[in-house]
Ligand binder design. Structure first.
Ligand code: RVP
Length: 498
């Protein structure tokens, strides 16, 4: 029989990992893990689909570090697809679908396109899609702005004979050509002179700078995007797929809901969508995870109420402490080969390893990343200290029409609430200290996880999951875990206080 009080839920602060025999060198450690059935990441970090955490800048930074970002959905379908596009066009070894321009475009149009895509140089194609020139921002400089509206690309571009490479050029040959001719961009063409790709020096250097970067088969950065189940959700999904999204996250605060499970099933069966990876969420029980497994999900996101800005457990009285939630979900997901994402409640790097041992393969972070340079929004100065805004997607700010239209109210099943006065929020609005670049934050998180693995004696994430042993602790132990009986005078980059 069901014993309501015999089953205790535990969270990160209730447990520690026991040290194990270790014969590793730190360089042996490999944090590669799976985000979904088919996508692996070198670093198990995912940035939250929140409007104060993940837009294209964060998604780009996350993918460069070896994780991935989930673009939030509190924006129009077109805006979200544009963000996907920005990520997919960024920093790749070879760009196989470069933005191009026609010889008849005006310099004004050139300038606008350069701004829209944040790129500075374009192959110029004629009506038959043949390469006829190259044009860059620099070519604008020699024409007075007053003449941009009337001057055509054709008049300023660098024309044939151009230095080009053959379609299937190797990295070495491309580097040699770029060096020899001291050019910034190398267009790739087939025998008929049709453009097939573009290599830029900047991208080549960057791809060496970010050796862990998460990339698709064509060398483009990986990106995920959140969708719902309401209104234009299906069109949003297909538009995001057209824009090149790698993973769709069917994302609500309560994923164990018929409409959302049906959405996942439809995405995984419809020929138009079934090739994209689909994550369902959020659930916090074995049964909830099983429903997504049965619907064909490629990943399952776990967490009901652990988020730093979340009031779901307080407003509704519903939730499962996160370590137990992850463990329970993994009981259904693991045998089916479906990875679990532990979403919410992370405050320190030590919790990443705990989440992985509990059964997750990646973790999703909101508050830990909201203070970075790459999150949306400006820094706020309060008493001489810098902060960045961070709010729940179920907060009044994110769900009300204050500011701008809310597109993501269905995350909290309030899509049909039209009056702001009638909204029942499940999150708060606040701010977090400014933390500098994502790269610096990620370095501390991944470094902490490396140490976890070293202490446990695990070379790989699967080994960590196999060898990791929890011990339950008391509140006295938790006090002992944190610095105590000392007044902290200098904040560490990975520890700011109890
Ligand atoms: P945290 O990392 O603890 O800040 O939590 C982030 C997570 O909290 C998100 O990934 C999401 O699952 C959840 N969230 C977002 N908004 C809200 C809310 O308003 N309740 N909760």
């Amino acid at each position: 029989a069901h014993d309501p009080f015999g089953f205790v839920g535990l969270t990160y602060d209730d447990v520690l990992l026991q040290p194990g025999y270790s014969d590793l060198a730190p360089s042996d450690i490999d944090t590669t893990t799976r985000l979904t059935r088919e996508i692996s990441l070198r670093v198990p970090l995912v940035s939250a689909a929140m409007d104060t955490v993940t837009e294209s800048r964060m998604a780009i930074a996350m993918a460069r570090q070896g994780g991935i970002g989930v673009l939030h959905r509190n924006l129009s379908l077109d805006d979200q697809a544009y963000q996907v596009d920005l990520v997919k066009r960024t920093q790749t070894g070879i760009i196989d679908n470069p933005v191009t321009i026609g010889p008849d475009a005006t310099l004004e149009e050139l300038d606008r396109t350069a701004g829209d895509y944040r790129i500075s140089g374009f192959p110029v194609l004629d009506a038959e899609q043949r390469l006829v020139g190259m044009v860059t921002n620099r070519d604008l400089r020699f024409t007075p702005v007053a003449e941009w509206a009337t001057t055509k690309v054709d008049e300023v571009m660098t024309r044939q004979p151009l230095i080009t490479g053959p379609s299937g050029i190797s990295r070495e040959d491309a580097t040699a050509l770029l060096r020899k001719h001291k050019i910034e961009r190398l267009p790739l063409v087939d025998e008929d002179g049709h453009l097939t790709g573009l290599i830029t020096v900047k991208d080549f250097v960057k791809s060496e700078q970010f050796p862990n970067a998460s990339k698709d088969g064509q060398g483009r950065l990986l990106v995920a995007a959140a969708i719902g189940y309401f209104g234009d959700a299906w069109q949003r999904a297909t538009t995001l797929i057209d824009a090149g999204v790698d993973v769709l996250v069917a994302d609500t605060a309560h994923g164990n809901v018929a409409m959302l499970i049906d959405m996942v099933r439809r995405l995984k069966t419809d020929p138009a969508t079934r090739d994209v990876q689909v994550i369902g969420g959020n659930v916090a029980t074995r049964q909830g995870a099983q429903a997504f497994v049965d619907a064909g999900a490629d990943g399952i996101k776990v967490g009901v109420g652990p988020g730093s800005i979340c009031t779901t457990r307080i407003v509704t009285g519903v939730g499962v402490p996160q370590v137990t939630a992850v463990y329970e979900a993994s009981l259904a997901a693991r045998p089916a080969g479906v990875p679990v994402i532990a979403d919410g409640g992370m405050r320190h790097s030590g919790e990443i390893g705990k989440a992985l041992v509990a059964g997750a393969e990646t973790v999703m972070l909101g508050s830990m990343l909201a203070g970075t340079e790459e999150s949306p929004g400006d820094t706020i100065l309060v008493n001489g200290k810098q902060y960045k805004a961070y709010r729940g997607m179920g907060s009044m700010g994110a769900m009300s029409s204050r500011g701008k239209k809310s597109y993501s109210k269905d995350r909290y099943f309030q899509a049909e609430v039209t009056s702001d006065d009638m909204i029942v929020p499940e999150g708060i609005e606040g701010q977090v200290p400014y933390k500098g670049t994502l790269q610096a934050v990620s370095h501390q998180l991944v470094g902490g996880l490396h140490q976890t693995m070293f202490y446990v004696g695990a070379r790989t994430v699967p080994e960590l999951q196999e060898k990791g042993r929890f011990i339950r602790i008391t509140s006295a132990s938790l006090k002992e875990s944190h610095p105590h009986d000392v007044q902290m005078t200098v904040e560490a980059p990975n520890y700011t206080g109890f």
